[in-house]
Design a protein around this ligand. Structure first.
Ligand SMILES: [Mn+2]
Length: 335
C-alpha cells in the first residue's frame, strides 16, 4: 500500500499533540483502529503525544470489550471521557470521511486541522481544515483495521497477542464475518492470526449472554408461528409477551420472507414486522408505509422493518394486514 503515505504522516505528526477519534457511537472497527493507532504512536520509542476520544461507544462494541477484558485482564488502553479540542494540534479521524457523522467536531470544523484514515467511499467533500494530502482513504479495504494493520506490517512490528485478537475481531465485524471479504482481507487475517491464534477463539469473543426470558420468548415464538404461503413467498405470524422485534428478526433468519409478531402491552398491541431484502426489492413491499396506512398513521419504520403500537382488535388487524400484503405480492410477483 501507500508506503510514502505512512512516512509522510508520521513525520508530520512528530512533536504535535494528536487526537484520535472516530464517528459517533463508534463501532468495533473504529474503536480497535483507534486503540491500535494510539499504541503505534505511543510505543516503539515513538513517544508521540496522543489521546483518544469518542462521542459514544456502540453497545455491541462495549459487549465485545467486556468479553475481551475477561480473556485479557491486563490489557490497558485509555480513552478520554471529555475533551477540550483546543489542546490538540491535529485530529486523526478513523473509519469515516464524513464530518456529518462526528457531531462534536462538525461544529468546530473551521478551527481544527484533521486527517482521515478510512475505508469508506471517498466522498471528496471539501473541508477547509482537512489536510487532504495526508488522508489515507482506501475503499477497497473491508475495514479501517486492515489499513492500521498494514502500518504495523510495513514497519515490521510483530503485535502482541491481544492487539491481534482485536484486529481480527474488527475485520470480522466489518466484513460480515468474512461474507463481504476479498482475497486481501483473507491475506490480512492470515498474517494477523498466524499459528498462535485459533480462529474459533476469536469468534468466541462475540458470544453474548442471552437472558433466559429471551431464550424462552424465542422458543415460544417459534412454537406458535403460523405459516402462510403466497406464491413462493412465506409469511410467519406469531405472538410473544416480550422481545417481539427480536422474534420477528429471528423468523426472517430462519427463512420466512415476512414476519409479523404481536405482543399485548396493557390495553395496546405492539406489532413488530420484518421482511427480507429480496421480497422488498422484487415486490415493492414497504412495511413502514403499510403499517402506517393500516394503523391510521400511527406506525412507522423502514421497508424491511416496522412496528406499531395501537389499541386494536388484533384478529381484524392481522386479517387486513395479510390481505394487503397478499395484494402487493400477487400484483408484483416476478415471472
Ligand atoms: Mn469500518
Amino acid at each position: 500500500m501507500a508506503i510514502m503515505a505512512f512516512n509522510q504522516i508520521f513525520n508530520y505528526l512528530k512533536d504535535k499533540s494528536i487526537l484520535i477519534t472516530s464517528h459517533n457511537l463508534v463501532d468495533l472497527d473504529g474503536f480497535v483502529s483507534s486503540v491500535l493507532l494510539d499504541f503505534f504512536l505511543r510505543d516503539f520509542n515513538h513517544n508521540y503525544n496522543v489521546n483518544i476520544y469518542f462521542s459514544g461507544i456502540s453497545k455491541n462494541t462495549l459487549d465485545f470489550m467486556n468479553n475481551f477484558i475477561t480473556i485479557f485482564p491486563d490489557f490497558k488502553y485509555e480513552i478520554l471521557d471529555k475533551i477540550n479540542l483546543s489542546e490538540f494540534d491535529i485530529i486523526i479521524i478513523l473509519d469515516t470521511n464524513n464530518l456529518d457523522l462526528l457531531d462534536y467536531l462538525n461544529e468546530h470544523n473551521r478551527d481544527y486541522p484533521f486527517i482521515f484514515i478510512d475505508h469508506h467511499l471517498n466522498l471528496e467533500k471539501k473541508y477547509t481544515m482537512n489536510l487532504e494530502s495526508y488522508n489515507i482513504i482506501f475503499d477497497e479495504y473491508t475495514s479501517t483495521a486492515e489499513i492500521i494493520f498494514e502500518i504495523f506490517d510495513f514497519y515490521d512490528v510483530l503485535l502482541p497477542l491481544p492487539y491481534r485478537y482485536l484486529l481480527a475481531s474488527a475485520i470480522l465485524t466489518d466484513s460480515g464475518f468474512l461474507k463481504y471479504a476479498n482475497s486481501k482481507t483473507i491475506m490480512h487475517m492470515s498474517k494477523i492470526l498466524q499459528e498462535e491464534i485459533e480462529y474459533q477463539d476469536v469468534i468466541g469473543l462475540f458470544n453474548t449472554f442471552t437472558d433466559v426470558s429471551e431464550k424462552i420468548a424465542k422458543i415460544k415464538g417459534l412454537q406458535r408461528v403460523e405459516l402462510f404461503r403466497v406464491e413462493e413467498w412465506l409469511i410467519g405470524i406469531s405472538h410473544v409477551s416480550s422481545f417481539g422485534s427480536i422474534i420477528a428478526s429471528m423468523l426472517i433468519n430462519i427463512g420466512f420472507d415476512i414476519s409479523i409478531v404481536y405482543s399485548k402491552v396493557k390495553s395496546e398491541f405492539r406489532i413488530s414486522t420484518r421482511a427480507n431484502k429480496e421480497i422488498c426489492s422484487k415486490t415493492g413491499l414497504h412495511l413502514g408505509k403499510l403499517l402506517n396506512e393500516i394503523g391510521n398513521g400511527t406506525g412507522g419504520g423502514h421497508e424491511g422493518a416496522a412496528s406499531l403500537n395501537a389499541e386494536i382488535n388484533i384478529e381484524n388487524f392481522l386479517k387486513t394486514l395479510l390481505k394487503q400484503i397478499k395484494k402487493i405480492l400477487i400484483k408484483k410477483q416476478p415471472l
